[in-house]
Design a protein around this ligand. Structure first.
Ligand code: SF4
Ligand code: SF4
Length: 473
């Protein structure tokens, strides 16, 4: 019985292959320079924008306790949530558009996983040296001080960078200067000024950065990222991919065999450099694979090799399946045109909606207890409750004009002011001469307008019904 169980466990173990660490060789070239520029811009933006001031507050601050999201000069409220949904639709469409146009360009140049991994790999290279040195170090005994020293130095750098990333991330949700000050005071004295959630999220995000970019690396792209799995449905034979030119490269040969073959040898000198630089450890010469994150390291290194062998560059290059099959490639085809038009319209629509969005939202609720009230022999009144959302950053007063019923006037019951960022519940009474009401009810229009001078005097119109004595019969 015991033996049977042991076999079962051994069988289960065999389902999982032990993951070998990939020691990628560093590649240099035009695409790696482009990727570095993209990383500097993206990471620079992430780490610096959190410190950018705007008027008397942070330029980008997602203030969750106050339920306000400040982005430059704009403030969004939970009621503006559909803008976020709209933005997500645009992001998804952009992914479809750029993938159809330029393949996995997102993965290679802009994905946070790739960008942060690049930084961790650069730190590793800085401390441990290139591929060969790293492999040598990994085989070195732990008793050697060199290994301990280098591993500790690398880990210290990684942890410091991950913590700074966690701190910056939380700095988008709580004022970063205050957070920095609290951390400094906490570190330099026995006073603990950080809140439990701030502490948790700084550590959690630091751990996520360290785990994903330092430890898991390409495993995230290979096994966790859903995009890698469904990207093939966005591709067609005109999509830009990184590909090895088999026609030109084969038969690959090296050394003596190559010399003997002379002109019969393909351009690939079988140096294996394209495999050594690949961060996901694949061989691009085996064809298009979902593991390829389009980092273009194999292009840069192969161009180097070709140059050294006096051969034209581009044995591995950005191309399309059509181009490889000597067919014309089309950038603009129905798929990309439709994605492009939709993307343009949605982006323009979002920009206009944000630009024209009102700082005021009003809902009019009728009093359900009575259709109307008699004021005197000539007048009747209807009672309404206004739910006014003040989306500005200062308290607002409002005025109301009523139209559609001759002689009607509005009376505020408990004031006409709503605090900044609050939803105010303000009852009003509309009084009208009984004789001006035709039939048992009439549609009236309320125009609610901000009267605080700094708000720009935005207004909204709402229709409702006004009931009279006929309604009671
Ligand atoms: S780097 Fe270029 S030449 Fe070297 S093995 Fe790869 S494809 Fe062949
Ligand atoms: S095969 Fe893909 S992932 Fe590997 S080096 Fe080339 S472009 Fe990068």
């Amino acid at each position: 019985m015991k033996e049977h169980k042991l076999h079962a466990i051994q069988d289960m173990d065999s389902l999982y292959a032990a993951q070998e660490k990939i020691y990628a060789r560093e590649a240099k070239g035009r695409f790696q320079t482009l990727r570095k520029i993209a990383a500097w811009i993206l990471l620079g933006g992430f780490y610096l924008v959190a410190w950018l001031p705007w008027d008397d507050r942070q330029a980008i601050l997602f203030d969750l306790p106050a339920r306000q999201f400040h982005i430059l000069g704009l403030t969004f409220w939970p009621q503006d949530f559909f803008f976020l949904a709209w933005l997500l639709v645009i992001a998804a469409l952009a992914l479809f558009f750029f993938t159809a146009l330029a393949g996995r360009v997102w993965c290679g140049y802009a994905c946070p996983q790739t960008v942060w991994t690049e930084v961790f790999v650069a730190m590793e290279r800085w401390v441990e040296g290139g591929r060969r040195d790293q492999i040598r170090l990994s085989k070195m005994s732990w008793k050697k001080p060199e290994r301990i020293r280098k591993v500790l130095a690398k880990q210290a750098l990684w942890i410091a960078f991950a913590l700074w990333t966690g701190f910056t991330f939380v700095g988008y949700f709580t004022p970063i200067r205050e957070l920095g000050y609290n951390i400094l005071i906490t570190l330099s004295s026995s006073e603990y000024l950080l809140g439990p959630w701030e502490t948790f999220w700084v550590l959690f995000y630091a751990l996520a950065t360290y785990g994903n970019a330092g430890f898991l690396r390409e495993q995230v792209c290979l096994y966790m990222c859903p995009y890698a799995r469904f990207q093939s449905v966005m591709f067609d034979s005109n999509s830009l991919i990184i590909s090895y030119d088999e026609e030109r490269g084969e038969p690959r040969m090296k050394g003596k065999e190559r010399k003997q073959a002379g002109d019969n040898a393909g351009d690939c000198v079988d140096c294996n450099m394209c495999v050594q630089v690949c961060p996901t450890g694949i061989d691009i010469r085996d064809g298009l694979q979902y593991e390829c994150i389009t980092c273009a390291a194999c292009i840069d290194i192969c161009d180097d090799v070709m140059e050294r062998h006096d051969k034209p560059k581009g044995l591995i290059r950005y191309t399309t399946e059509n181009a490889l099959n000597h067919k014309p490639s089309k950038i603009w085809r129905p798929r990309t045109v439709i994605y492009g038009i939709l993307l343009f319209c949605l982006t323009l629509g979002l920009a206009l909606s944000i630009g024209l969005r009102s700082s005021l939202d009003v809902e009019v609720l009728r009093d359900r207890n009575a259709f109307f009230r008699v004021v005197d022999e000539q007048h009747i009144a209807n009672v309404y409750t206004l739910k006014i959302l003040n989306k500005t950053e200062s308290a607002q007063r409002y005025q109301i004009a009523v139209s559609g019923l001759e002689g009607a006037s509005v009376e505020w019951v408990h004031g006409q002011q709503v605090a900044a960022g609050e939803m105010g519940t303000l009852p009003i009474r509309i009084v009208a001469p009984t004789k001006s009401l035709k039939g048992f009810s009439q549609t009236i229009e309320l125009r609610i307008r901000e009267i605080a001078p700094q708000s720009g005097g935005q207004s909204v119109q709402r229709e409702t019904r006004f009931f009279g004595p006929e309604a009671a019969r």
